[in-house]
Design a protein around this ligand. Structure first.
Ligand code: ADP
Ligand code: ADP
Ligand code: ZN
Length: 215
């Protein structure tokens, strides 16, 4: 099963992708994570992406579609995939169809996480992750059980993203509204979109997604 998690920054895509990995053995493909790794490694892709990401603007379509194709080639044909943060433009949606078709794959579901915009700023500005294992946390909604110690791996090396500030979040939201939301009709026409209320607890959202995938 291949699915897309679609939603604005802070909607809970990464959180839900991690839960789907645990529950179904699917693999999360996050273009944001891949781009951050490229920036850190100082690759050609990273050099192209860095300033745009810091400003909250989208990285060119051919750059992200290229890395998605490469990642898929590392996976077996039976391995289910969660696309997190991709596609984000109409051109990327077209590329994804081609990328999947070329590998004998197809999209089964698109889950749209519907969230209240005011909540997003709070979610984004409170977000941090474990620098060692990548587990996601939140200052208010998901604190580590023990202060400053990762629940999963015990490390004490937490990170905040440089683009998780209020100003950049506003730009990212307008990019979402202008370029990403308009691709939904492509998938609605195929009858594969389920709208899920992203304002519930992480567990409630996870259950609603599981129900959608079972249909
Ligand atoms: P996205 O990948 O869509 O940008 P994340 O999954 O990283 O979003 O979530 C953004 C922040 O909000 C994280 O700190 C996460 O812990 C928190 N979060 C995710 N889902 C929920 C939820 N249902 N309720 C409250 N906080 C949430
Ligand atoms: P969020 O979890 O907040 O939705 P991401 O981690 O998915 O954010 O993306 C962070 C940044 O990386 C984006 O603001 C954008 O600059 C870049 N990016 C990630 N995915 C894409 C994509 N599919 N197309 C273009 N730019 C992307
Ligand atoms: Zn950890």
């Amino acid at each position: 099963m291949d699915i897309i998690l679609l939603g604005p920054p802070g909607a809970g895509k990464g959180t839900q992708a991690a839960l789907l990995e645990d529950k179904y053995g699917m693999v999360q493909l996050s273009t944001g994570d891949m781009l951050r790794a490229a920036v850190k490694a100082g690759t050609e892709v990273g050099l192209k992406a860095k300033a745009l990401m810091e400003a909250g603007e989208l990285v060119p379509d051919e750059v992200v579609s290229g890395i998605i194709g490469e990642k898929l080639d590392d996976l077996g044909p039976e391995q289910g995939v969660i696309f997190d943060g991709y596609p984000r433009t109409a051109a990327q949606a077209v590329s994804l169809d081609e990328i999947l078709a070329a590998r004998g794959r197809k999209l089964d579901h698109v889950i749209e996480l519907v969230v209240d915009e005011d909540a997003l700023v709070e979610r984004i500005t409170g977000r941090f992750t474990c620098g060692n294992c990548g587990e996601g946390y939140h200052d208010t909604f998901k604190k580590p059980a023990k202060d400053n110690v990762c629940d999963v791996c015990g490390a004490s090396d937490f990170k905040r993203r440089p683009d998780d500030n209020e100003e950049t979040v506003r730009t990212r939201m307008s990019e979402y509204r202008a370029k990403t939301q308009p691709i939904l009709p492509i998938y609605e026409e195929r009858g594969i979109v389920t709208k899920v209320d992203g304002m519930g607890s992480m567990d409630e959202v996870s259950k609603a997604i599981a129900a959608a995938l079972a249909t």
